[in-house]
Write a protein that binds this ligand. Structure first.
Ligand code: ASP
Length: 320
């Protein structure tokens, strides 16, 4: 989200009474485990679900998957799962990935149509196949073979918005600014790290366009020995520099999470040769010690941080 979607006040009120505002730059703290961190204000409901699942089941992988499912099922969220904005042809195509730091296994789906929970299909790719990434019809056939239920993902509201956009005869791929991917990373008390990322991608993208979100090292990366990082924003700017892989490598070399996110943005800005204000890239990271942080180029960017005794929305470091 970088222009107009929810006001900060409204979003904080909507998600929970526990939410609180923390000034920009404060987001790099020690936190106890278990720890869940996710992108955007809606990440708070997802992280809360993740904590609940972890406390009940003890499974970090279930916690990550079911937490992300909350955002995917939210009809008000127009960038994730059902209710997500369609592509330029009016079709909702979803991207997701899932990564387990303990085993270095991962699974992804891209351009998946008619299945509301791509995060679950991505996890199934990881667990049931020898592959990492399935796309388009192949991903849908796999989802069907695994018993996932089909569903129409385009809501009436999104259809009307798309028709209005289309009626202006926009250039192909000329999408209005819109991004709100969920990337959620978690660390349990045993030092187990995992994460997932799920999105409908940029609104009115060209059919078949795949962003950073299902690409390991793009929208998400988890290294069981170091930490995890997630991304939201204009995927092309993130993918060209393997943004989340870079952040994890910076942490491996000793940086704290916020410092690593900021360093990745600096690197990307240099490589992209674009002003910071045009990048629209936002990151979060956690390390194996339970420290969390984030940095982004969008003023509206915020991250949800949930532990067993706190649930807050935080303003990550703003790179200008
Ligand atoms: N990163 C996503 C993409 O480029 C968009 C988003 O963050 O909402 O597909």
């Amino acid at each position: 989200m970088f222009l107009n979607r929810r006001t900060f006040t409204a979003s904080v009120g909507a998600v929970a009474g526990l939410s609180q505002l923390i000034p920009i730059g404060r987001a790099n703290a020690n936190a106890s485990t278990p720890l869940f961190v996710a992108t955007w204000n809606f990440g708070l409901a997802s992280c809360r679900k993740s904590l609940e699942v972890l406390q009940q089941s003890g499974s970090l992988l279930d916690a990550v998957e079911l937490g992300i499912q909350v955002a995917e099922a939210d009809l008000k969220n127009d960038s994730v799962g059902v209710g997500g904005a369609p592509n330029a042809d009016g079709v909702v195509q979803l991207d997701a990935c899932f990564m387990d730091g303990a085993t270095h296994r991962a699974g992804s789906v891209a351009g998946l149509e008619n299945y509301p929970h791509p995060i679950s299909v991505a996890r199934r790719v990881m667990e049931k196949t020898k592959h990492v990434l399935l796309v388009g019809d192949g991903a849908a056939a796999f989802a069907q073979s695994q018993g996932f239920k089909k569903q129409e993902l385009l809501t009436e509201e999104q259809k009307k918005k798309w028709e209005a956009w289309k009626s202006k005869q926009p250039a192909p791929g000329a999408a209005p600014p819109n991004h709100d991917t969920i990337a959620l990373v978690g660390l349990d008390a045993n030092g187990h790290l995992a994460g997932g990322c799920s999105t409908s991608g940029l609104a009115y993208k060209l059919a078949g366009r795949v962003g950073d979100s299902p690409i390991l090292g793009g929208g998400l990366y988890v290294d069981g020995e170091v930490g995890a990082a997630g991304a939201t924003g204009i995927g092309e700017n993130i993918m060209r520099s393997c943004g989340t892989f870079l952040i994890v490598e910076f942490m491996r070399n000793g940086m704290e999470p916020t410092q690593a996110c900021k360093a990745a943005i600096d690197r990307i800005a240099k490589s992209e040769r674009k002003p910071i204000s045009e990048l629209h890239i936002n990151f979060l990271a956690i390390d194996k010690k339970g420290r969390w942080g984030g940095a982004g180029t969008d003023n509206s960017y915020e991250i949800a941080v949930v532990t067993s005794n706190s649930a807050t929305l935080e303003k990550p470091f703003l790179v200008k």
